[in-house]
Design a protein around this ligand. Structure first.
Ligand code: GDP
Length: 365
């Protein structure tokens, strides 16, 4: 499953958010290091289209998309040197596909800050530096490995890899993250197996006080300014509000609570969708009477690759796919109606699946 890791300094609100996300309602304590084991939560991706399709098809079962969220606690200054179980936590980040970086943007004298004051830019840099140092270690090790072959032999790939690694190394040494290194996407493929931490896409979450949830505040402005060259999304959330919402049992109550605050949806819902965008995913549907289901694919997947998400046999034995566009399905109301109206396309192996497609695969077993 695809994973997003939540990182940030202690006491910035990671566990509070994580608990809202996973509805696990574990406790958030007012001191650093309260969550030591990485927590993994599985969350459902809200999708109105799935609800709409289910209304039309009336299946026995409806299965939404999910992503895994991991709460990665314990990142502190010195983590890359092994401080505070640091290395273990960095290992947890390596396994994720994207990073949600939570920054404390609220004042609260009752909540201790590990570094004594509220300063999201400093906090961000502490975390970034640890990740960059770890990457620098990884890159340096690999350079040592390929250097001799690259310099003495005729191995073109080794030469190329060496060049790319050198560029990334200087970039990291300059205190920048590998994701902004001046190399091409094709170049990145040469070093993909290193699973560098600072290559992973990142989403910044500013955890603000209740009063700032609509407007942001001075801390949020600073964060936005400092990441403006990173091409990263900045989301404003109040973990405190989210945990109050999570306490409310029924939907009506939640909506009223949100409306009172001038909000239309919970921050958690926003966060989940942003995480989904971050992972560069798209969704296709299968819509049978047994089951209406959303499937997660990476943008650009061909029809056989998309079929492979259901089962590897579907990919191997792929013959063709029948495709209905979501809008046609909703307008006409059923697969049969689409077929009669000529809105059911038959597509081959090279078809690139589009977000929202309703797919039916034909395959050999
Ligand atoms: P973590 O160490 O980053 O996982 O932080 P926690 O989620 O455990 O939060 C640390 C403390 O800050 C807890 O006492 C929370 O109740 C409190 N806290 C978290 N988010 C907010 C917030 O948005 N506003 C305020 N005032 N307190 C918060």
């Amino acid at each position: 499953a695809l994973q997003c890791g939540i990182v940030g300094l202690p006491n910035v609100g990671k566990s509070t958010l994580f608990n809202c996300l996973s509805n696990a309602k574990a406790q958030a304590a007012n001191f650093p290091f309260c969550t030591i084991e990485p927590n993994v939560g599985v969350i459902t991706v809200p999708d109105e289209r799935l609800t709409k399709l289910a209304e039309l098809v009336k299946p026995q079962k409806v299965v939404p998309n999910t992503i895994e969220i991991v709460d990665i606690a314990g990142l502190v200054k010195g983590a890359s040197q092994g401080e505070g179980l640091g290395n273990q936590f960095l290992g947890n980040i390596r396994a994720t596909n994207a990073i949600i970086h939570v920054l404390r943007c609220f004042d609260d004298g009752n909540v201790i800050h590990v570094d004594g004051s509220v300063d999201p830019i400093r906090d961000k840099e502490i975390i970034d530096t640890e990740l960059q140092l770890k990457d620098l270690e990884t890159v340096t090790k690999r350079i040592q490995k390929v250097e001799k072959t690259a310099k003495t032999g005729t191995d073109k790939d080794a030469k190329k890899t060496f060049e790319i690694l050198s560029v990334v190394k200087s970039h990291l040494e300059a205190g920048k993250s590998a994701r902004t290194a001046p190399i091409t996407i094709e170049d990145f493929e040469f070093i993909e197996d290193l699973s560098l931490l600072t290559v992973k896409p990142v989403l910044y979450v500013c955890n603000v006080d209740e009063a700032s949830v609509n407007t942001g505040n001075k801390y949020v402005d600073l964060v936005k300014e400092s990441v403006k060259d990173e091409n990263a999304e900045v989301l404003i959330i109040s973990a405190k509000i989210e945990s109050e919402i999570a306490e409310l049992e029924d939907y009506e109550e939640r909506q009223m609570f949100l409306a009172d605050l001038g909000l239309t949806e919970s921050g958690v819902a926003k966060l989940i969708r942003a995480a989904y965008r971050l992972l560069n995913l798209s969704t296709y549907f299968t819509a049978g009477v047994q089951e209406v289901r959303a499937w997660t694919i990476t943008q650009g997947f061909t029809a056989p690759q998309a079929a492979g998400v259901i089962h590897s046999d579907f990919e191997k034995g792929f013959i063709r796919a029948e495709v209905i566009k979501y809008q046609d399905f909703v307008t006409l109301g059923s697969e049969n109606a689409c077929k009669e109206a000529g809105k059911l396309g038959v597509e081959g192996k090279t078809y690139i699946v589009e977000d929202g497609d309703i797919m039916h695969f034909r395959f050999n077993v």
